[in-house]
Design a protein around this ligand. Structure first.
Ligand code: PEP
Ligand code: MG
Length: 527
């Protein structure tokens, strides 16, 4: 009973958040409803009542802790993140069983916790929530995703936070700096003065960035670079536009597919895509076809366990067994194109045969819509270049597509054979590695020969030194997390193309990423 009530409460909460325009975040709560109905959890809880005489609330919390502990042992960050979801659902059920309601705040506070479940993050009264500091969690946790979407200052992964707060006593003061990640427990007068200075700097930086939003990223000698946004859902459009994004270079649609029990319907996808497209129109929105597998497993797509998921059935590879997943998504993209300009790109394309698969899927989606006499618009079709093979034989397929976008995050990991998420391989993670620069330059030359526009949408574009390298190598479209747009724009406006071309030629001949980076860092003010 309580589980059923918790499930319907999760769905209702999801609906409320969806109505507030946060579609991707709302899906988290649909997934919670599925957890609350999970027979394994409920059987274990019943067993604890029967065997140990536990109260119903203790039984569900005990069962959830067991599952969560197992998940926390796993390598996969997303699965580890599920542990918090399960504890959240159990906590919800236990609160119902003991008759207590949802979280409230009596006065404006920074919420401190080991981790914060999404349902609590979403229901904390935002007029009283000054910030969030979490001992555990990561930038990809649901708490962090929601905090970002709601623009609440948050600091995560603060080792020793709870011990420090406990030691300092109940009514302790704490300060957090969401941009630097600094947390000070029991600050003294000089800490507070430093924070006040920092706060006024952040405020004036933000005011300057918003005032500069209309400026173009033009080098001192007149080369214009287009700056686009990477987004994950409709709620991110408005802040991206406010900071001057000239379109969307990467809409990561996976967030619509994660944390739920079944794929989103065509209409659900259409609603999410149209919301972003109409917010940006007449600026173009580039929708990336589903990129799951690798570090983003999706249980309902039933990808078998793989020894090495980053080299397994990932993204477009799925089209062989599940073409309908992509056709549904493409239908939604074509229909969203009736609202404004849409580009669609396939991730993880290795060669001309993959390009042919994408074009075939798009053709089938379009034909279906035509047969059904549905309204749709034209879509430009392109690919992400993020596998070295796709760079080396780009000439064999560029004639078939309208644009290409370099996914430097994956291109780097596949070029240097270094898992992008492995903290022990940091030495291989600088995108200014000369090997990556050579591949990028090869892609620039191939796309120029074919007359195909090339953008970069990996994290590299958000790093001012690296963005200058990309411009020096010939890239004129950069897509990034919107908060990086102002710094990249300033860096580009401070240099000439000649300087960047010379630096790029020199960087291609360097032995290390650090040496290549130094060629560009000297142009960027680090203040
Ligand atoms: C990339 O690989 O650079 C990219 C932009 O895609 P993702 O980070 O989503 O894999
Ligand atoms: Mg990628």
């Amino acid at each position: 009973m309580a589980a059923a009530a918790a499930a319907s409460a999760s769905l209702a909460l999801g609906e409320q958040i969806r109505r507030g325009g946060h579609e991707a975040e709302a899906e988290i709560f649909s997934a919670h409803a599925a957890i609350a109905d999970d027979p394994e959890l409920l059987d274990d809880a019943s067993e604890r009542i029967r065997r140990d005489g536990a109260s119903a609330a203790d039984a569900i919390l005990g069962a959830a802790r067991r599952v969560a502990d197992e998940l926390k042992e796993l390598q996969d960050e997303l699965l580890r993140g599920r542990a918090e979801d399960i504890l959240d659902v159990a906590d919800n059920i236990a609160r119902r069983l003991s008759g207590s309601g949802s979280a409230t705040l009596a006065e404006p506070v920074i919420v401190i916790a080991r981790d914060l479940p999404p349902s609590v993050t979403a229901t904390l009264p935002r007029d009283k929530l000054l910030g969030i500091a979490l001992e555990e969690s990561s930038a990809t946790s649901h708490a962090a995703i929601l905090a970002r979407a709601y623009r609440i200052p948050a600091v995560v992964g603060v080792t020793g936070l709870l011990a420090a707060v406990n030691e300092a006593g109940a009514a302790v003061e704490i300060t957090i700096d969401g941009s630097s990640g600094a947390v000070v427990v029991d600050p003294d007068a000089s800490d507070l003065a430093a924070l006040a200075r920092r706060e006024s700097e952040v405020r004036s930086d933000r005011a300057r960035d918003e005032a500069d939003a209309a400026l173009t990223a033009t080098t001192r000698d007149g080369t214009v670079v287009t700056l686009l946004a990477n987004v994950g859902g409709p709620s991110e459009s408005e802040p991206a536009i406010a900071i001057g994004a000239q379109g969307v270079g990467l809409f990561r649609t996976e967030f619509l597919f994660l944390e739920r029990a079944t794929p989103p319907s065509e209409d659900e996808q259409l609603a999410a895509y149209s919301a972003v497209v109409s917010a940006f129109a007449p600026r173009p929105v580039t929708i990336r076809l589903l990129d799951v597998g690798g570090d983003k497993p999706i249980p309902y797509l039933q990808i078998p366990n793989e020894a090495n998921p980053f080299l397994g059935v990932r993204a477009l590879h799925l089209a062989q067994d599940r073409p309908e997943v992509f056709i549904t998504q493409l239908r939604a993209c074509y229909r969203a194109a009736a609202v404004g300009p849409v580009k669609v790109m396939a991730p993880m394309v290795a060669d001309a045969a993959d390009v042919a698969i994408m074009l075939d899927l798009a053709g089938r989606a379009k034909q279906q819509l035509r047969d059904e006499r549905r309204a749709f618009g034209e879509v430009e079709l392109g690919v992400m270049i993020e596998i070295p093979s796709a760079v080396l034989i780009a000439d064999t397929y560029l004639g078939d597509i309208a644009f290409a976008s370099l996914g430097t995050n994956d291109l780097l990991q596949y070029t240097l054979a270094a898992d992008r998420g492995n903290a022990n391989l940091d030495r291989y993670r600088d995108p200014l590695h000369p090997a990556l620069l050579h591949l990028i330059y090869t892609a620039v030359q191939a796309t120029a020969r074919a007359g195909v526009p090339l953008s970069v949408c990996g994290e590299m574009a958000a790093d001012p030194d690296a963005a200058l390298a990309l411009v020096g190598l010939g890239v004129r479209l950069l897509s990034m997390v919107p908060s990086s747009i102002p710094a990249v724009r300033r860096a580009i406006r401070g240099v000439t193309l000649d300087e960047l071309r010379d630096a790029a030629a020199a960087a291609l001949a360097e032995r290390t990423a650090a040496d290549a980076r130094a060629r560009f860092a000297r142009f960027v003010s680090k203040g």
